[in-house]
Design a protein around this ligand. Sequence first.
Ligand code: PMP
Length: 408
Amino acid sequence: MYDVNMIRQDFPILQERVYGRPLVYLDNAATTQKPKCVINAIAYAYMHENGNVHRGNHFLSNCATQRYEEARAGISRFIHAHHANEIVFTRGATEGLNLVASTYGEMVLREGDIVLVSEMEHHSNLVPWQALCKRKNAELKIIPFLDSGELDLETYAQMLSDRVRIVSVAHVSNALGTVHPVKKITDLAHSCGAAVVIDGTQAVQHMQIDVAALDCDFYCFSGHKMYGPIGIGVLYGKQEHLAEMPPYQYGGEMVDKVGLYDATFENAPLRFEAGTPNYIGAIALHEAVRYIERIGIEQIAAHEKSLLEYTLQHLRKIPGVHVLGGQAPMAGLVSFRVDDIHAYDLAVLLDKLGIAIRSGSHCAQTVMAHYGIEGTARLSLACYNTCSEIDAFCESMPRICNRLQKVR
Ligand code: PMP
């Protein structure tokens, strides 16, 4: 039995009142709230287990190192990697994607080669590839999407050739909520020798991830969108790639032997973790993963699926509301606009009622350009959201829309 009220008790912030009203937090795609066990894990680590990792040989350093490496192993099991050494800790998805572009991308791309990304990417999975292609005189090509919110897979298949070296796409779109068929995308890319990078930032908290079964080459995500702390993220990379890739940053921890004019480097994953890593963040992210595992990712997925269906059903009944995309399989979020109303105004008035949603381009300006709009309103879900929160949102909407339309 999925007991959402019990789950809510794990998240202290959900008891907060905003402008005197109960908080209705529906901006989970931006960041999720944190359960007590994650907050406590941070405090516990600082109070009892804090020493710099991989350096000292004293008790606290060994303790922190052990927890840090346990976190790596726990996260590798969570996403079904073959080996813990395939997990590189980063600052977040943005750093993971930049790391792949500036190491693997820099290594394999030659002049005239092609990188494919989709028209529906977060800026973090577009701009690093733009910069890389400019540096290498390579070509960036864009897989278009259809108004339904799906990627145009027929066009994608036609764009593939032996000049395509890298395909990088989101697993779930942060702008439309579309779940892309990443297994099919990966198999097609591999059939012509391209490596596949998947931005799983909006997927890993909503569904079971199995990187081994997907067979993708890289997969990245941020801890803070999956009930973990800010400032920690994960890059999964196949061992064979990580073993070949040059370092990303240089400094302590990632070196083996250092002379005045030359240095040799550690093996992966340490080679990609220069300087003191955010080991407390990694330990707390591991706690977040264990929290998800205690509830069960399949149970979370089922709860969120029915909540998303409930949301779509009620949202579509509100006069003037248009859901963007929405015809394809979706997870976790819905993007919409309302006739004659700016999404920003909507979000500001909802906020006054204690309801947090997001408005704007969601760091996906190319999606907005596709529809010829400036932005959308976005409602995004987590394991602790309830039907009554969706009711509160849907009941407020007609009143707010009326008010805003009158002002005009
Ligand atoms: N990719 C996607 C799909 C995202 O939703 C986000 C965050 N909005 C990012 C990448 C970047 O994540 P971060 O800012 O945590 O690095």
